[in-house]
Design a protein around this ligand. Structure first.
Ligand SMILES: Nc1ncnc2c1ncn2[C@@H]1O[C@H](COP(=O)(O)OP(=O)(O)OP(=O)(O)O)[C@@H](O)[C@H]1O
Ligand SMILES: [Mg+2]
Length: 482
């Protein structure tokens, strides 16, 4: 996946490095090799110049300058060996008397050397050094000429010539060595680039692969091997990000489930009373309206179901207002004793009807505390209402409250049917009912305890329940007294 980026990157980097190396090589050639070459030539020039002077001294004899003498031929060949260069003798008229590289027979064909710059200068008494192409041999030479002293001035000139090809060969060899070193270093650098970009891009390509998996919805995908060195932090951060994404997605799909459940529950809860209302209305329309004895009952049923829908909608609106934060507790000093007494008074007729006794501990001495009075009343009333609803005839309800450690704790116990342990953890959820059929028959919507939990938690408190099926339940909540 990241391969192409990696190869593109290393190609670019390799190209840049190669460019740097080639420029460095050219620069080295210019600066170092040229300088070396010039120095070499200068050194050789110095040598050949002094050699020419020595050669001129050794030729100071009239014999040597007469053409074709054995002595002159011997001297030329000895000098050639000693200096390892071409040796030429020229007389004062410019005639070449002898040359180490030219046979005696050919000497006559050589043109007059009088106008060669080095000869001219030497005859004028200036030892000369000239770098020039030779017409005679067709090569580049470094010429050094020195005049041979005779009786009445210069008797001739000895000239030494060193072919420059030697120097060219030497510098070419040097150039080759330098190029080889550069190429070796370039090769090693390119290997380094390859290795570095691999160690850099391999972890990245793994991260990209996992990111792709995440994008494809595989939220459990993680980097199994964390990269080493500098990339390690990136790997850790990446896995952390993936964890967060997975958790968020889980939460969102959980919320989506809750929303779907909620819509289904609301529709279901509304349909039951609606169906009943429609059925009773239809019965009335089809003749029951004239049934003076029973029509009141039908109308009462319609009213009862409409009330139930009303309650459901009220509860839903209340819950939604609290959940969205639109309905925050409006705090004022609250006396729990008064709140409890009012609620008990309101629900007493219901309890008496079922011959249920409500026993309330004396609640004197409880301090006032800051809370939303209506909401606290609703909490207490909802729990008490349940206790009455889900307790059979002749039961007892115990109410207790205590202030301790800065908290008010209220407990409402009953001797009712109780709640099976499997229902306890979910009893405070919206629409959750331990015994659906029974609760519905009683007219419950399953929202009462959800509202209780919301209100108590909005006040910074906590709710709880314990129950023994068949023996009764005890609900409790605590609120901070500040
Ligand atoms: N004291 C109790 N004893 C036994 N079961 C209870 C008691 N209180 C609550 N429950 C169970 O918990 C469920 C949820 O209670 P909740 O008050 O939320 O709803 P509800 O009473 O059914 O309807 P609503 O209160 O909205 O009219 C009830 O349906 C019932 O099954
Ligand atoms: Mg209830």
């Amino acid at each position: 996946m990241f391969g192409w980026i990696s190869s593109k990157f290393s190609r670019k980097l390799s190209f840049a490095i190669a460019l740097v190396f080639v420029s460095a090589m050219l620069l080295a050639d210019f600066l170092v090799i040229r300088v070396l070459q010039n120095q070499l030539i200068a050194e050789l020039a110095g040598n050949i110049k002094s050699q020419a002077a020595v050669a001129a001294l050794s030729a100071e004899s009239p014999v040597t300058l007469s053409k074709k003498t054995i002595a002159s031929r011997n001297l030329i060949s000895r000098l050639r060996q000693a200096c390892d260069c071409r040796v030429t003798f020229i007389d004062t008229r410019g005639v070449v008397i002898g040359d180490s590289e030219i046979s005696e027979e050919s000497l006559d064909k050589i043109e007059n050397h009088k106008n060669r710059p080095e000869i001219k200068a030497a005859l004028e008494g200036r030892p000369a050094l000239v770098n020039r192409h030779s017409e005679t041999t067709g090569q580049d030479y470094l010429y050094a000429a020195s005049s041979i002293a005779g009786r009445g001035g210069a008797a001739g000139v000895v000239r030494l010539a060193l072919p420059l090809t030697q120097i060219h060969v030497k510098t070419a060899r040097l150039r080759r060595a330098v190029a080889l070193v550069f190429l070796l270093v370039l090769g090693v650098s390119l290997l380094c680039v390859f290795w570095l970009s691999r160690s850099f891009f391999n972890p990245l390509s793994e991260i990209v692969a996992v990111a792709q998996q995440l994008a494809d919805g595989q939220y459990g995908a993680r980097l199994r091997r964390l990269p080493k060195d500098d990339m390690r932090q990136l790997g850790i951060a990446f896995n952390g990000l993936a964890d967060k994404i997975e958790q968020d997605i889980k939460r969102l799909s959980g919320l989506e489930e809750v929303r779907k459940d909620f819509v289904a529950n609301v529709s279901h809860e509304l349909r039951t009373p609606l169906t009943a209302i429609k059925a009773f209305a239809e019965t009335l329309r089809l003749g029951a309206l004239d049934d003076v004895k029973n029509r009141g009952e039908f109308i009462a049923e319609i009213e009862k179901n409409a009330d139930r829908m009303n309650r459901l909608v009220d509860d839903l609106l209340e819950l939604s207002a609290m959940e969205s934060g639109r309905r925050r507790p409006v705090k004022e000093p609250v006396s729990f004793m008064k709140v409890a007494a009012e609620s008990v008074a309101g629900l007493k007729p219901l309890a008496e009807k079922k011959r249920i006794v409500i026993k309330m501990e004396p609640l004197h001495g409880l301090p006032e505390f800051s809370a939303d009075r209506n909401q606290i009343k609703q909490v207490f009333a909802n729990i008490l209402d349940n206790a009455i609803k889900y307790t059979g005839g002749n039961g007892t309800i115990y109410i207790g409250a205590a202030a301790k450690d800065g908290r008010l704790t209220v407990s409402i116990g009953d001797t009712g049917e109780g709640i099976a342990p499997e229902h306890l953890p979910r009893i405070f959820e919206r629409f959750y009912r331990a015994d659906k059929a029974r609760s519905r028959e009683i007219g419950g919507t399953g929202l009462g305890l959800a509202i209780v939990k919301h209100i108590v938690e909005a006040h910074g408190g906590a709710v709880g329940v314990e129950s023994k099926p068949g023996q009764g339940s005890r609900f409790f909540f605590s609120l901070p007294l500040t």
